[in-house]
Ligand binder design. Structure first.
Ligand code: OAD
Length: 249
């Protein structure tokens, strides 16, 4: 569906009555800001091998190579700004009694766009973590002052504060996102291929607890068979229009 007059009034009615609204975002929400996505023809995983750059084994083998890659991504992201999709999501938190934003993105653009408490499932590219003590530090140096960087407290190496392939998510984050999905009345999936677990299971969990699932993506995804409505198009355009239509409903 790409025409907002086609959206069944029932969807806006349910949204108006919703107590708990959850939005799950993926790389697509930041695409219009200029952040590369991971999959698809221009995706990062087309040109780079995840197993060489985004695993603990890769980091142990060659921390400098891994940090060079993250340094490059940080330099790409640093000058970028939130787009109207991020701003629409930030506005949504004021429209519903309870609102949870869950993001798979590590770029920090939701916070810059005004979202107060995004749950960053996969970490944050502007944070580092000491490999000895686990202490997390904010680090916005672009470029990094040293590669690999070291812990300001103990001098040991730090790693990106990012969940790599094969690693478990933080247990507090996990229980927070599963709890939000279970309680959702309306669950939005915005700009995610819905391939990577456990994020990909959240819409299914919400659906099995009777939530209405709304998807915003350029194209149909793995979730498309369980959604009530799929809005096709760039989320920086479709989300603000959807929100305007909802507010005037
Ligand atoms: P993907 O790159 O897998 O998927 C991006 C999705 O966004 C695709 O379905 C696109 O069709 C869609 N898309 C692209 N541009 C869009 C736009 N302007 N508006 C709306 N949709 C758009 O990204 P994720 O699903 O986020 O993990 O990937 C999940 C995880 O895989 C990432 O968090 C990352 C990666 O490996 C880590 O870095 C830990």
């Amino acid at each position: 569906m790409d025409n907002f007059s086609d959206i069944p009034g029932e969807i806006f009615d349910k949204l108006q009555a919703a107590n708990q609204v959850v939005v799950l975002t993926g790389a697509g929400v930041s695409a219009e800001s200029g952040v590369p996505t991971f999959r698809g023809s221009e995706g990062l995983w087309r040109n780079f091998k995840a197993e060489d750059l985004a695993t603990l084994d890769a980091f142990i083998k060659d921390p400098s190579l891994v940090w060079e890659w993250y340094n490059m991504r940080r330099e790409t992201i640093a000058p970028l700004n939130p787009n109207p999709g991020h701003l629409a999501i930030a506005e949504m938190e004021h429209l519903f009694p309870q609102f949870t934003l869950i993001t798979q993105n590590v770029d920090g653009l939701h916070k810059l766009g005004g979202s107060t408490n995004p749950v960053e499932m996969h970490g944050n590219i502007w944070k580092t973590r000491c490999i000895a003590e686990g202490t997390v530090f904010e680090n916005r140096d672009t470029p990094l002052k040293e590669i690999p960087p070291h812990c300001p407290d103990c001098g040991e190496m730090v790693r990106p504060h990012i969940v790599w392939f094969g690693e478990s998510l933080d247990t507090i984050v996990l229980s927070c996102v599963f709890d939000a999905a279970k309680r959702a009345d309306i669950f939005f999936v915005v700009g995610s291929s819905s391939i990577v677990q456990p994020a990909a299971s959240l819409a299914h969990l919400a659906k099995s607890n009777d939530a209405m699932i709304l998807e915003f993506n350029l194209e149909p995804t793995m979730d498309s068979d369980i959604v009530h409505s799929s809005v096709l198009g760039p989320s920086g355009e479709t989300l603000p229009k959807f929100l305007e239509s909802f507010k005037s409903h």
